[in-house]
Design a binder for this molecule. Structure first.
Ligand SMILES: NC(=O)c1ccc[n+]([C@@H]2O[C@H](COP(=O)([O-])OP(=O)(O)OC[C@H]3O[C@@H](n4cnc5c(N)ncnc54)[C@H](O)[C@@H]3O)[C@@H](O)[C@H]2O)c1
Length: 285
């Protein structure tokens, strides 16, 4: 038995935004390991497709439509999953969207959606599930999706970056709250570097400006030129979760480089400055 199977086989995994990308990769991996996987997404067809793939491969999976931007839907999810499947061993707050463009050009609805999905979805996932995890008295795991963006600064990705900075501090505080209460609940900050997914697909741009759409295309190309394959990322993430690591990076060197840059910036209390790479990417000058 692998470390992952020892920790997770036979348990229940709930993953948000699991109809595609990293969430889908993690759902498939959870199925391989022998977990019962609750594949949730706002998109019913994609959640059902992933759950079907897991079942076809001999695993156990159920699809549920959940919009993480609605706190009540996360309450309903927790109620239904604990009632139907018993204690949840792993919750991954994964659903997230990218938003590109200048702060003042992003429509109000898109701002709301970015904060509600990326940040409030994670907060209310924890709020809805943790009391039931505590009640189960069992060892549990929570993985929250941060990003290498949690440690960097990128103009025109402001909406996204601020949610990921917040996600990182949320997970750090949550980890400590488990220590304060002496609870057997592991908290991990999952930090993808670049993983090939549909996050920059044009249809996910809702209301972005022409500049935002153009940046989206460039980011998509960069992701597919340099990104990690999904199954590999899912394996790396699950191995980190099984070890109970707080820091779970798909590309640890990328994370380390971003953190080093951030630490230097903060230590020097430097004035924010555009790097040559950023100037080129954004077509400054
Ligand atoms: N791909 C990367 O390189 C990368 C890098 C850093 C962080 N991340 C983070 O990983 C997570 C997953 O991103 P991805 O790259 O797999 O993106 P993706 O677009 O491929 O998948 C996101 C999934 O979330 C779902 N979703 C969107 N809004 C939702 C809502 N309101 N409720 C429920 N589900 C919703 C989408 O339908 C989709 O299936 C995000 O939190 C993202 O910020 C990804």
């Amino acid at each position: 038995m692998t470390d992952e199977e020892t920790k997770f086989a036979g348990g229940v995994a709930v993953i948000t935004g699991a109809g595609s990308g990293i969430g889908a990769g993690l759902a498939r991996r959870a199925g391989e390991i022998g977990m019962t996987v609750v594949v949730t997404d706002i998109n019913a067809d994609s959640a059902e497709k992933v759950a079907g793939e897991i079942r076809d491969a001999g695993g156990k999976a159920e699809a549920m439509v959940v919009d993480v931007s609605q706190p009540a839907e996360l309450d309903r999810l927790a109620e239904e999953v604990f009632a139907r499947h018993g204690a949840v061993r792993l919750l991954v707050n994964n659903a997230g969207i990218e938003t590109l463009g200048f702060v003042w050009e992003i429509p109000a609805e898109r701002w709301e959606a970015t904060l509600n999905i990326n940040l409030h979805g994670m907060i209310h996932g924890v709020r809805a599930f943790v009391p039931k995890m505590i009640e189960s008295g069992q060892e549990c795991w929570i993985g929250n999706l941060a990003s290498i963006g949690s440690f960097g600064i990128m103009p025109t990705q402001t909406a996204y970056m601020l949610t990921k900075h917040a996600a990182q501090s949320f997970s750090e505080c949550l980890f400590l709250e488990m220590q304060v209460k002496g609870l057997p609940i592991h908290v991990s900050s999952i930090i993808p570097g670049s993983v090939k997914t549909g996050i920059f697909n044009p249809e996910h741009g809702g209301g972005e400006s022409d500049f935002g759409s153009q940046q989206r295309k460039i980011m998509h190309q960069m992701m597919y030129a340099y990104g990690m394959e999904l199954p590999e990322a899912a394996r790396v993430i699950f191995a980190g979760l099984a070890r109970g690591d707080f820091w779970v990076s798909t590309q640890p060197q990328m994370t380390a480089d971003l953190i080093a840059g951030r630490v230097a910036f903060l230590q020097e209390q430097a004035t924010p400055a555009l790097t040559p790479e950023t100037r080129q990417l954004l077509g400054v000058d």
